[in-house]
Ligand binder design. Structure first.
Ligand SMILES: [Cu+2]
Length: 61
């Protein structure tokens, strides 16, 4: 999709985003990257603050 996005850690429930403060890219554009190092294994959910229906999860082993 064209536009601007964020990669923001946290979850979205009932269309309500709740950031957990672990990471936040700020505004990034398609094709841009957001480097982040996960120091602990685990699952890290994230969403886009501009389009909260866009969610995902990083699994760090
Ligand atoms: Cu977005």
């Amino acid at each position: 999709m064209v536009g601007a996005y964020t990669v923001t850690s946290g979850i979205v429930e009932n269309n309500r985003p709740t950031p957990d403060g672990s990471f936040d890219s700020g505004i990034i554009n398609p094709g841009d990257s957001f480097p982040f190092v996960f120091n602990k294994a685990g699952e890290y959910p994230y969403y886009c603050t501009i389009h909260p229906f866009m969610t995902g999860k990083v699994t760090s082993n």
